[in-house]
Design a protein around this ligand. Sequence first.
Ligand code: NDP
Length: 246
Amino acid sequence: MLNVEGKVVILTGASSGIGEAAAEVLANNGAKVVLAARREERLAALKSRLEKQGCTSVIKVTDVSSQEEVKELARFTLDTFGQIDVLINNAGIMPLSYLHEKKITEWEQMIDVNIKGVLYGIAAVLPYMRERKQGHIINVASVAGHIVFQSSAVYSGTKFAVRAITEGLRQEEAENNIRATNISPGTVATELLNTITTEEVRKSLDDVVKLAIPAKAIADSILYAISQPDNTAVNEIIVRPTKQEI
Ligand code: NDP
């Protein structure tokens, strides 16, 4: 039996892509999954699919850029299942653009979702996990959190930040037995590119998109991190297409 059976997992960005795949993989391995995102109908469809597979999940419409809604997500999880074992901060957006375009609203959205959303998640569950001296927080960063390319300055900035936050969390909470994992995907076939509004940037990614691996590849790495024994923390994982050079 994997060390995931019976665990209560909060999963943000569960309505598509990596989050949706992670929900399937974790729920099918016995986790009770709280599916969070903004699109309620997508969450409801996923929940009913999981139900048919004999899995347990509940949905909670949440905008991770709202601290209050993320707090409410944690409260809802405790009310529903009585515990929180894992938080997966997966929700993210990637409206890549060049700095000179000054797409300031998109910069702010990336900061709000990719950085503040992660921090709000940590803030919502950490007091509870510290008291219990047990827990696991998984943050989904990116290969773009390890390297920068033209058009990724702000997105990479947010993902470098996610990695820094995860490492700080790891150091500060080691003594409280809380595991911290950073997962950095390469190119994955999801809806993420839909957030790009600069046509030239979208086109520049055509070749790398052809290499994209399925979201299940990242979901499996999340399962791997959770399923290790409690005294073993997988802190950093990079999963990219074999043929992806950067
Ligand atoms: P998708 O666009 O398929 O999924 C993104 C998810 O985030 C959706 O469920 C969306 O739900 C949710 N989301 C976006 N904004 C918010 C918000 N304000 N509040 C709550 N949820 C939100 O993309 P991926 O599955 O690819 O993205 C998942 C993570 O993986 C992201 O952090 C992304 O940066 C990262 N990543 C992805 C890569 C890829 O190639 N696909 C590569 C590297 C990293 P909804 O719109 O319903 O709220």
